[in-house]
Design a protein around this ligand. Structure first.
Ligand code: HEC
Length: 140
């Protein structure tokens, strides 16, 4: 019983300690659209897509953006993504699905593809980078 109380207390301390440090929105945003305070720049988003940023692997390593292309790529062709994204997961907006696909690629696996998308983008992208990337993807 005593050790159980200690355990609960420890959890409470950990929870408080966890909340005191600086946190990025990405630790919390799950199924939520990007913060409305940051407006995205699709031109910079395209740059990140093609070349990466802060040592993140470029999206273009695995994704093409070519309408109608049947060329080989490890990931789905992202042409037309913004309209498709809205109906991928019931109850999720296109923007929320796109954010989730980038930060938590294991949440939903596109049928016909393998679960090999790089899963650590949250460690590389700032809030602004993420907003820029989403702004670009929403133009596709
Ligand atoms: C190592 C290869 C790889 C990299 C790098 C990668 N992806 Fe992916 N991505 C995949 C694969 C494979 C899938 C399909 C499986 C799945 O759903 O996780 C996918 C799925 C997606 C989807 C869902 C598409 C749909 O039609 O529902 C989006 C959106 C996406 N990736 C965006 C990105 C963005 C943006 C980046 C760069 C920040 C990126 N990916 C980098 C391999 C990759």
């Amino acid at each position: 019983m005593r050790s159980r109380i200690h355990f609960v207390l420890m959890l409470a301390v950990l929870a408080v300690a966890g909340c005191s440090g600086p946190m990025t929105w990405m630790q919390f945003v799950r199924y939520e659209p990007a913060s409305p305070t940051v407006s995205g720049d699709p031109v910079h988003g395209q740059e990140i897509f093609a070349h990466g940023v802060n040592e993140a692997p470029p999206c273009s390593t695995c994704h093409q953006v070519v309408a109608g292309s049947s060329g080989f790529a490890l990931g789905p062709n992202l042409a037309g993504l913004s309209s498709r994204a809205a109906s991928r997961v019931e109850g999720m907006s296109a923007e929320a699905y796109i954010i989730d696909s980038i930060l938590y690629p294991k949440d939903h696996i596109v049928s016909g593809f393998r679960d090999i998308m790089y899963a650590d983008f949250a460690k590389h992208f700032s809030e602004q980078d993420m907003a820029d990337l989403v702004a670009y993807l929403m133009t596709l």
